[in-house]
Design a protein around this ligand. Structure first.
Ligand SMILES: [Zn+2]
Length: 531
């Protein structure tokens, strides 16, 4: 407990400074939250360090741990260095002159006062161990007690823990010795990793079907993947607030009021909706080892493009040309450090004109990504007031949080309407165009005192799984591919899910392949002539 306390308080000053900046405590509740972080980590460290408390093991392990933490503390304080696998690689593969540059008097002072001195006291302390049986008993009791303390102290601050450590995961890179242990582990893991197994190809027989025969014009289909948009807050789905003023005015827009997600976070839902595994067979690793919808569409001869305005495509776009807006930072959308979704529309007409084949564009939105909802829309879209303008929910009322969330939906409504207007213009100039929109998962907004998302699917509340899904086909597209929109709209009243995306896109694009399953295609049976 003493070693744990020493490491936590004395060798983690950088961590506490960052936590203070992130929380920026104003009231006593937030100070209490910081105190609870201290108690929780202390209890967990006690548990971790206690695991080594056996004769001939404890002191050597703690010695290494103290020296490593002291050195890590120096590099974090002095350079703000992130302790990660890259740093371990640098240390292992560095040369003598680089090491000499880093050896400063200050580092020696850190190693002496924060490393050697406590190690000296540690070795002078006599440790008495009990018999094995009693030792096991007290250790188990201590572990249970530690976990009980963690639960008891963390419970009142669940939402603070969620919003701080979910959104600021990089904080953990500054917590010694977890960061060093994790860095060494990652380094060893990378070193010993076997080359990835070759990719399992899917739909090698994919080719354009009869609907394409004799067509000379190019078409464009667009999939817009929304973020954290929940169906319940779309006025198209009956939400009493007018959050879809522009989409509601678009004739022929088909709404799917009973659409469900595959997972409750981006990293799960995104690869799932583009894979053919479906929710029942889906697993992130399995999906990563095989091709997905985009590979098949590309193989059938389409120009597939991914435009990213969020945290990455989670492996889905690995083999298609990808543009990451966070890296290019278009002017006007990133000036205040935020990824406004209108950036996704920037010079789209030029990109469309540059197409030499039929195109499938995927736009990945920033959408309603929380907890900083207020950063997701320009101020003129702040229709519902007062809006929470904090990323710490404890500073806002539930109503303010919902207001800021609803404003993100109003902005999404605007972005989608602008996109459709753009596609309408292309249609008038002779190009059949289509848009499919669906969110990756929903969001909790205080129901049952829950916020954000990511609950295990089986126990996740409806609002985290019920997603908005929309379809718009230009007049030329409907005609070219003989889609009976009334039929699709009728089927759209039935429950659908992200499982339908893979087969419906293959169906809509009339791509023939063995992996296509008509039972999961929303458009199956809704073609006027060809069937
Ligand atoms: Zn997401």
């Amino acid at each position: 407990m003493l070693v744990a306390g020493f490491v936590l308080v004395c060798l983690n000053t950088h961590f506490w400074r960052l936590l203070y900046q992130v929380v920026a405590p104003q009231g006593s509740f937030e100070w209490l939250f910081i105190a609870s972080v201290l108690v929780v980590i202390l209890a967990l460290f006690n548990l971790l360090f206690g695991a080594f408390a056996v004769p001939y093991v404890f002191k050597p392990v703690m010695t290494v741990l103290l020296f490593v933490s002291a050195a890590a503390s120096y590099f974090m304080d002095e350079y703000g260095t992130v302790i990660d696998a890259g740093l371990v690689r640098n240390i292992v593969e560095t040369n003598a002159s680089e090491v000499r540059d880093l050896l400063t008097l200050k580092l020696a002072a850190y190693l002496f006062f924060a490393g050697a001195l406590p190690v000296y006291f540690l070795w002078r302390t006599r440790l008495d161990y009990r018999t094995i049986g009693r030792e096991l008993l007290t250790k188990t009791a201590g572990a249970v007690l530690s976990l009980a303390v963690v639960g008891f102290v963390a419970l009142p601050f669940t939402n603070n823990f969620m919003s701080v450590f979910r959104e600021q995961r990089q904080l953990l890179y500054f917590l010694s010795p977890i960061n060093s242990l994790n860095a060494v582990y990652r380094y060893v893991e990378k070193k010993s990793a076997r080359p990835p197994p070759s990719l399992i190809s899917l739909g090698e027989d994919a080719r354009k079907g009869s609907a394409w025969l004799g067509r000379k014009d190019r078409s464009l289909t667009m999939i817009v993947v929304g973020e954290t948009a929940r169906a319940a807050n779309f006025s198209l789905n009956g939400y009493p607030r007018l959050t879809n003023p522009r989409l509601a005015a678009i004739a022929g827009l088909i709404n799917f009021p009973r659409a469900y997600s595959c997972g409750t976070d981006t990293a799960y839902s995104l690869p799932c909706m583009f894979s053919n595994l479906g929710r029942s067979r889906f697993d992130v690793n399995r999906a990563a080892k095989q091709e997905n919808l985009l590979d098949i569409v590309q193989r059938a001869g389409f120009a597939v493009r991914w435009r990213e305005n969020q945290s990455g495509c989670k492996g889905v776009c690995l083999r298609v040309p990808t543009e990451v807006l966070v890296e290019t930072k278009p002017r006007g959308f990133y000036e205040i450090g935020d990824a406004l979704d209108e950036a996704l529309l920037r010079d789209l007409p030029d990109r469309i004109r540059a197409l030499d084949r039929d195109g499938l564009f995927v736009l990945h939105m920033m959408g309603s990504h929380g907890p900083a909802y207020y950063k997701r829309y320009p101020l003129r879209f702040e229709q519902f007031k007062p809006a929470c303008r904090e990323s710490q929910f404890s500073r806002c009322s539930k109503d303010e949080i919902v207001n800021s969330y609803d404003n993100t939906i109003v902005y999404t409504d605007h972005v989608l309407a602008e996109l459709i207007a753009l596609l309408q213009a292309e249609d008038r100039q002779g190009m059949p165009t289509a848009l499919i929109y669906l969110s990756d998962h929903g969001e909790s907004l205080g129901e049952g005192n829950l916020y954000l998302h990511g609950m295990p699917y089986a126990i996740a509340p409806e609002v985290q799984k019920h997603i908005p899904m929309l379809l718009w086909l230009s007049p030329r597209y409907q005609q070219a591919f003989a889609v009976d929109t009334a039929c699709v709209a009728g089927k759209g009243q039935q429950p659908v899910s992200q499982d339908n995306l893979f087969h419906s896109v293959l169906g809509l694009l009339d791509i023939e392949t063995q992996v296509y399953d008509a039972k999961l295609d929303i458009f199956a049976g809704c073609r006027r002539s060809s069937d």
